[in-house]
Design a protein around this ligand. Sequence first.
Ligand code: SF4
Ligand code: SF4
Length: 385
Amino acid sequence: MTLPYLAVASSPTVLREAERIMLVCNACRYCEGYCAVFPAMERRLTFAPGDLRYLANLCHDCGECLYACQYAPPHEFQVNVPRTLAQLRLESYEHYAWPPALAGAFRRHTVATSLALAAAMTGVLVLVTRAFGSPAAPARPADFYGVLPHGVMTTVFGSVFVFVLVALAIGVRRFRRGVGGTAGLPRVAPARGQTRPTYQALRDALTLRNLHAHGTDCTHREEARSPWRRRFHHCTFYGFLLCFASTSVAAVYHLFLGWEAPYGYASVPVVLGTTGGLGLIVGPAGLYWVGRRRDPAAGDPAQRPADRAFLLLLLVTSLTGLGLLAWRESPAMPALLLVHLGVVLALFVTLPYGKFVHGLYRTAALVQHAAESWAFKPGFVRPIR
Ligand code: SF4
Ligand code: SF4
């Protein structure tokens, strides 16, 4: 089956187009105050593939430079920075993916494939439960480990979690090396009160400061600014973190304190998980709504199926988790548990090969940008390699 996503231009084509556009922008420089991409571009005289992939991951796809550009379509120069950099971001995810054989997965995510994967994972868990646990309702209410023993659950999820961590870490390491890292930068000792590049980049990533640069919200259409993309992104990101914290606290309870699930409604894991779950409903639903209102001329519409698939998996993870919490003492608990765990597994195995990676690559690009801004005085132009 041919997916529309596969129509995205090939790697050399995207790189050539990005280089052409960056050369035009570097001569023009009209947009240098809009975002980090343009100052980073101006530090370069030539654009190797690593430079272009770095610039692509610095872009947060606001569209501002498209609306300002006198060379944008229908001008014959056909300069569309947001779309070109969006296509190059996808190319960079594939280029640095580990293992490389799975890089093609980035172009195969759709809502349908995500739901099919969640169903397949649930099916696998049903078989595992039949082999090692008990698919019937346990004698004790809300006894999750009576359905799927704790050892089996941690083995399955622990293996997937370790694989995901390794795949993501290798991808980011390759990206850092590909963009040159800070190896070619002059070493500058921090002055008193100066923020270190890593802290500055983390602060920028955690606050989404670049989506609210100079006290102004990003555009989503020409002349239309809105804080909602940033707000819904915060709900999604911090909702995810809270759910992760909930699972981590529960693991500490079980492994080190001997306190077994289920935990009370006012306990730390349940409060963290419920709050995070609500964030993972509001955030992805809001981002889907914001995405539908965005100007299709900016960004890469061909990547929308994958973006929506990721949002859907986050949303369904949260809905099934909250459903499990609400009906954990009912006879439906075993089925709800296996469906929820199946969706979580589908979400986890697709993390290194979907939209999730944008946060890591963007943070790595922000670290690089902060290091360059720190090391180079304004007006000092020096190729990184
Ligand atoms: S996007 Fe257009 S206006 Fe902006 S720097 Fe590039 S060529 Fe100039
Ligand atoms: S789309 Fe926005 S973030 Fe991306 S290069 Fe243009 S102005 Fe910068």
